[in-house]
Design a protein around this ligand. Structure first.
Ligand code: PMP
Length: 453
C-alpha cells in the first residue's frame, strides 16, 4: 500500500477515476465547448494556465454573482477561489457594477486624469500610509514599474526576492534557490538572458541570508509579499519583518511590498495591520472589484527621488507607458469599491467566517490524525500537506502534492465547491456563508473517509 501525506494512494486514485467519470457525465455543454475551443484557443483556453484546473476537460463558466458561480451546464458552485483574489469581495459587487454601468457611457479611456483618480489616491494614502500613487492595469505591471523606479532612484541594478515567490509576469523574479545557488526558474518559457545577473534570491525568514545578500550595496529593492502566498502560505516568524526592515534600510535598499494577495489581511493590507513601513507598495486584483486595475504607492522621500530621477533623464519615452492605465472606468470602479465594498465591516465578516473554517479544518485533520497544517491570513486560509507550517519556500514546496490536490479539488468541485487550483487556498468573501464553509468541511471529511490510509 503506497501512502503519501497520510493518504492511501490506491484508494485516492480509485476515487479520482470515479470522480472523473462523474464530471464527464454531468458536463455535456462544457465538454462540447472544450471540443470547439481546441481549434482556436491554445490548449483550448483563453489563457494557458486555465488548463491547469483539476477537471478532465475545461469547465466553462456561464455567470458569477456574489460568492456563487454557475457553469454552462447549470451547476452552481460556492466559489472559494474568487478569481484567485480578483473577486475577493464577491463577483460583481453591486456598488462596483452600478458605477461601471453609470460611467461606462461617459468615456472609457482618454489618457487624461479625472477626479476619481485623485479621490482613489487620497483614499489609498489614508489606508496604506504612503502619500503618492501611480496606477497600472495589473499587479504584474505595477510590480514591474515599481522595480523600474527602484532601480532608477537608487542607481543600483539588482533586486532581491524570496525563494518560491510569485509576483506575476515580472521576468526579474523568476529565480530559485537550487542547492543554495540562484538559478533561473526552469519552468519559465522563452527566457533568453540570465536572470541571476540582476536578481538575487534567499529563503524567507532567514535574516542572515538577507543580510549577506544585501551587504555589497548593489540591491535596489527587496520585492516581497509580507507573507508568502503563492507556494502555499508561509508566514513571517514573529519579529522577522522588524529586523528585516532594519537590515534593508541599513544597506540602502528599498522595501517593495506586493500586497496583491495579502490585502486579505485588512483594508490597509498586511503592512497596516502589522505596522510595516515599506518604501513602495503594490495593489492589484480586487482593487477595482475585479475590473483590471492596479496601483503602486511611494513614500514621500521616494516620490521626491523618483520625480528627480525622471526630470534628470534625457527627454523621450520614460519606458513605462501603458496608455490604458488609470482609465476612467477603472478609476470609477476603484472609487466605488474602496468607498463601499472594501470596508472594515466587510473585512470583519470575512475574518470571522474564514477563522471558523480554519478551526474546522484543524479539527478535521486532527480527527483523521493527518500530518496536515492550516494557515490563516485574514480572509485567506490554506491547508498544506505538512505537519507544521512551513518556514520558507523550500519547505512549502516540499509540502505540495499536485496529484493529491487534483484528487481533492475535483471531488469538491463535483459537489459544488470550487477551491483555488495549484494549491489548497480558500478565500472568504462577505457573501461566503457559514453554510458554505460547513458544506466544504463535510465534503472534505467524506473524501478523507474514502482515501485516508
Ligand atoms: N503579485 C502576487 C503576489 C500575485 O499572487 C499575483 C497573481 N497571482 C500577481 C502579483 C499578478 O497579478 P496579475 O495577474 O493581476 O498581474
Amino acid at each position: 500500500m503506497a501512502i503519501r501525506h497520510g493518504i492511501d494512494l490506491d484508494r485516492a486514485r480509485a476515487l479520482h477515476a470515479r470522480e472523473t467519470e462523474d464530471f464527464l457525465a454531468r458536463h455535456p455543454r462544457s465538454l462540447a465547448l472544450a471540443e470547439r475551443a481546441g481549434g482556436h484557443l491554445l490548449f483550448g483556453v483563453p489563457l494557458h494556465w486555465m488548463d491547469d484546473w483539476p477537471t478532465p476537460r475545461s469547465l466553462f463558466l456561464a455567470e458569477a454573482r456574489d460568492a456563487k458561480l454557475t457553469d454552462v451546464d447549470g451547476h452552481v458552485y460556492a466559489d472559494f477561489c474568487l478569481g484567485d483574489t480578483g473577486a475577493m469581495f464577491g463577483h460583481s459587487p453591486v456598488p462596483v457594477a452600478e458605477a461601471i454601468a453609470r460611467e461606462s457611457a461617459r468615456g472609457l479611456t482618454a489618457m487624461l486624469p479625472g477626479e476619481d483618480a485623485l479621490w482613489v489616491a487620497e483614499e489609498l494614502s489614508r489606508r496604506f500610509g504612503l502619500p503618492v500613487w501611480q496606477f497600472a492595469l495589473s499587479a504584474s505591471d505595477a510590480n514591474r514599474f515599481a522595480i523600474r523606479w527602484a532601480r532608477a532612484v537608487t542607481g543600483r541594478d539588482r533586486i532581491l526576492v524570496f525563494n518560491g515567490c510569485y509576483h506575476g509576469t515580472v521576468d526579474d523574479v523568476f529565480v530559485d534557490l537550487a542547492g543554495g545557488e540562484a538559478v533561473p526558474r526552469a519552468s519559465l518559457l522563452g527566457q533568453v538572458y540570465d536572470l541571476t545577473d540582476h536578481s538575487r534570491v534567499v529563503e524567507f525568514n532567514d535574516l542572515a541570508a538577507l543580510e549577506e545578500a544585501l551587504a555589497d550595496g548593489s540591491v535596489a529593492c527587496v520585492l516581497a509579499e509580507p507573507a508568502m502566498t503563492n507556494i502555499g502560505m508561509v508566514l513571517p516568524d514573529p519579529g522577522y519583518w522588524e529586523q528585516a526592515q532594519a537590515i534593508i534600510r541599513r544597506h540602502g535598499s528599498l522595501l517593495l511590498l506586493d500586497e496583491t494577495h495579502t490585502i486579505s489581511c485588512g483594508p490597509g493590507g498586511y503592512a497596516a495591520a502589522h505596522g510595516l513601513r515599506p518604501d513602495m507598495l503594490v495593489l492589484g486584483k480586487p482593487l477595482a472589484g475585479g475590473l483590471p486595475a492596479a496601483a503602486y504607492g511611494f513614500s514621500a522621500e521616494l516620490a521626491a527621488r523618483a520625480q528627480q530621477a525622471k526630470r534628470a533623464a534625457p527627454p523621450g519615452h520614460s519606458g513605462i507607458g501603458t496608455t490604458l492605465s488609470a482609465n476612467r472606468l477603472a478609476c470609477a470602479a476603484m472609487r466605488a469599491n474602496l468607498a463601499e465594498v472594501m470596508t472594515e465591516g466587510n473585512y470583519r465578516i470575512m475574518f470571522e467566517r474564514a477563522g471558523r473554517l480554519a478551526q474546522g479544518l484543524r479539527e478535521l485533520f486532527a480527527r483523521f490524525a493527518l500530518p496536515w497544517c492550516v494557515t490563516l491570513l485574514g480572509a485567506r486560509c490554506e491547508f498544506q500537506f505538512t505537519a507544521r507550517p512551513p518556514l520558507n519556500g523550500s519547505e512549502a514546496e516540499a509540502g505540495q502534492d499536485e496529484e493529491l490536490e487534483r484528487c481533492v479539488h475535483l471531488y469538491l468541485l463535483n459537489r459544488g465547491l470550487l477551491i483555488t487550483p495549484f494549491h489548497n487556498m480558500l478565500l472568504f468573501s462577505p457573501h461566503t456563508s457559514e453554510a458554505d464553509g460547513q458544506r466544504l468541511l463535510e465534503a472534505l471529511s467524506a473524501w478523507l473517509e474514502g482515501a485516508v490510509a
